[in-house]
Design a protein around this ligand. Structure first.
Ligand code: ADP
Ligand code: MG
Length: 284
């Protein structure tokens, strides 16, 4: 199995305050975390609010440079001293945020949202082909070409998250970093988006880093789990092992405090409903 992502002793310090009169303060958001993820697998990063999950996600997605440590993508070291990493490396990693509405321009039509990464990174692709690729991706995420000229406000939360996922896939990345991608959605919609992510992972051989505070979601989607607390990885391992036998006191506390809803049951219900709908819509 090939390793797509590796982090070695990643640290992140935020310097706040300071200025002429204020006392400056350093927040050690990450105190040295290491991890690796194999191709086609999902690493879930779990922890309570403020533990450093988004900080790590932004570093892995090459949005922020860390204060220290090494990051390797497909075995290639990312030069963390560079403000703008190599564009080829950059296009291999895409990020999906919790609130797609925040990252979608309300005045930009969906077709243009999807084509934009191609316009910027693949200028050699002709306009018609660009459009065809965007339409095909809309279909792939469960929307349709008829959505091409619509604006973000015309979609539901779940549909907007599908659009964000579609946009993230336009450059054929190998790694998706998803920061609480279903946390703002209703439970049944969560299950649908999680199923879509699972299908896309299989179809494109994608590797996921999936940030969540929701253990039922993690139990459903993760291959490997890393629990972080105050900028440190307090637990790391295969999903089954971490769930069956949490070794760290913090993890046990986290698991005890979180009601684990049965995502498998929700998933089965959604699949059944979809099958019924398809059967009704497509008589043989
Ligand atoms: P999580 O995503 O797990 O809720 P974050 O990574 O957002 O946690 O934050 C980790 C810590 O770093 C918190 O103490 C937070 O206040 C701090 N932090 C995050 N971003 C910044 C920033 N841009 N400037 C200063 N401090 C920050
Ligand atoms: Mg966060």
């Amino acid at each position: 199995m090939s390793v797509v992502l590796e982090g070695r002793n990643i640290t992140q310090d935020y310097h706040i305050g300071g200025g002429l009169f204020g006392a400056s303060k350093t927040v050690q958001a990450l105190k040295g975390v290491s991890f690796s993820v194999e191709k086609g697998k999902t690493l879930a990063i779990v922890g309570e609010s403020g533990s450093g999950k988004s900080t790590l996600a932004r570093i892995i997605a090459l949005i922020d440079a860390p204060s220290g440590g090494d990051l390797l993508i497909e075995g290639q070291p990312v030069n963390i001293a560079l403000k703008r990493p190599d564009p080829v490396l950059r296009s291999k990693v895409q990020m999906v945020f919790q609130n797609p509405y925040g990252s979608l321009n309300p005045r930009q039509k969906i077709g243009s949202v999807l084509m934009e990464p191609l316009v910027i990174n693949r200028p050699a692709i002709a306009a018609e082909e660009r459009r065809a690729l965007a339409e095909a991706m809309l279909v792939r995420v469960g929307l349709g070409p008829e959505h091409f000229n619509r604006f973000p406000h015309m979609f539901s939360g779940g549909q907007r998250q599908r659009i964000a996922i579609a946009r993230a896939l336009m450059l054929n990345p190998s790694l998706l970093v998803l920061d609480e991608p279903v946390s703002a959605l209703d439970l049944s919609v969560q299950a649908q988006v999680l199923n879509l992510l699972a299908d896309l992972q299989e179809e494109f051989g994608l590797t996921y880093v999936f940030v969540s505070h929701d253990l039922s979601v993690v139990r459903y989607i993760a291959d490997d789990v890393m629990v972080i607390s105050q900028g440190l990885a307090v637990e790391q391992g295969k999903r089954e092992a971490v769930f069956a036998n949490p070794t760290d006191a913090y993890t046990r506390q986290l698991f005890a405090a979180t009601p684990v809803t049965d995502v498998e049951a929700i998933r089965a219900r959604v699949a059944k409903r979809q099958a019924a709908r398809e059967a009704a819509g497509a008589p043989r």
